[in-house]
Design a protein around this ligand. Sequence first.
Ligand code: GLA
Length: 443
Amino acid sequence: MMLLLVLIALQLTSTLALDNGLVPTPPMGWLSWQRFRCITDCKKYPNECISEDLIQRQALLMVSEGYLDAGYEYVGIDDCWLEKERDADGRMVPDRHRFPSGMKSLSDFLHSKGLKFAMYQDYGTKTCAGYPGVLGHEALDVKTFVEWEIDYLKLDGCYVETDKMDTGYPEFGKLMNESGRPIVYSCSWPAYQKKPNYKSIAEHCNLWRNYDDIMDSWQSLTNISDWFAENQDELVQYAGPGHWNDPDMLLIGNYGLSWDQARVQMAVWSILAAPLLMSVDLATIRPEFKEILLNRDAIAVDQDPLGKQGRRVGKIKNIEIWNRELSDGAYALAFVSRRDDGSPYSITVTYEDMKIPEHNYDIKDIYNDEPNVPSLSPDMKFETRVNPSGVRFYKFVPKSSNFIYNENSKEKSETTESSKTSDTTEPSQRKRKNMKMYFVSNL
Ligand code: GLA
C-alpha cells in the first residue's frame, strides 16, 4: 500500500513538473508593458496603443534593425489586449477594434518573420488592468492559446488569493505541458508572496518575476538591483538552464535613464542571467541606446551557457562590484557607481575584492571604453574609473590554456593538457544539476 502511494506521488510530481526543454539561456525579446502600458485609445495615440498594428511595427523593426539577429526573438503583448467580456462560449476575445485580424493571424505574421509570440494572462479572475483572467476557464484558455500558437505565456497574479498560487500555477503549467505545444511559462507567482517556495517555482516555471514592477527611473532600477543583491544567497541557486529569476523588463531607450544608467541596467541584468526583455519604441529609440541593447559581448554574458546567476560581491567607496562566473573559466565583472559626485571616480581593487581565482587574465572591456586593457596577474591590482551612476563592464578570460573547472566540487585548479579529452560536450548540452565534468578553456 505504502509503495503504491509513493508511486502515485512520484507520478504526480513527474507529470506536474515542467520539463519543456525551453530557454536553456534566459529568454530575449520585446514586451509591450513598460513603454506602452495600457494605452487603448488608438485615435488619440495611433502609434502607441496596444494593437496588432503596434506589435507588427515593432516586430518588423526587430528584424530589420538587427535585434532578432542579436537574439531578441520573443515579441510579447502584455496586458490590455482583451475585450472586457468573454464570448458566449466562455472564450477569450481579443479587443475587436485593436486586434481586428485576431491572434492566430498575428501569430502567423510573427512566425513568418522568424519571431516567437509571447502572450499575457493572469491566474486570477481579472488581469491587473481589469480584463478577464483565466481562473475558472483554465482548460479552455490553454486550448485557445494553443490554437493561436503562442510560444510564451506571462501569467500574472492579480485578483487571486496568494496561497492558491502554490497549486494553481503548477496546475496551469500541467495543462500547458499536456497540450503538447512547447510554451515558455513565465510566472508572476513569487512576486505576490511573502515567502515564496522557490524550489517548487523553479520546478514549474521557466522564469518568474520575483519582485516589484520596474518603473522608468534610476531609483526603481537600483531598488530592484539592491533587492536582488540582498536576496542573492537564496535566489542564485534556483537559476539555471530552463529556469530563471526575472528582475523585470529593460528600461533602456525610454525616458527615465541616462545613457550611463542604461549601460548599468544592461550590465547588471546580464550578470544576473536575467531575461532580456526590451520595452521601448524601436521606431524612435536613439542610436546610442540601441547600441547598448545590441552589444554582443554584454548579450554573451547574459546568455552564457553555464547559466550561473552572478552576485554583487562587494562595494568599495560606493562602487559596487558584480561578478558572474562564465563558462570556460571566465568571469564577467561590473563596477557600478552609486556615487553622484560630478567626475568619474577611480578605485583600485584586489583579486579578493573581485572574488576571482588567482590566474592570469586577459581583459576585454565590454563597452569598449578602453580598447586595450592590460592583462592582469595575481601580483597586481586592478584599477578602474567609473562615471557617476555609470558602469565599467569587463570580461576576464584566464590566460592559461590549461585551466579546468569542476562544477560539482567547486574546485578550480591547473592541470595538464591531457585532461582536454575528458569532455567534448558543448556546455549548453549539459544538464547543470548533474554536471560532473571538466572543460578546458582557450584551447
Ligand atoms: C502587473 C505586472 C506588470 C504588468 C501589469 C499589467 O503589474 O507585474 O509587469 O504586466 O501587471 O497590468
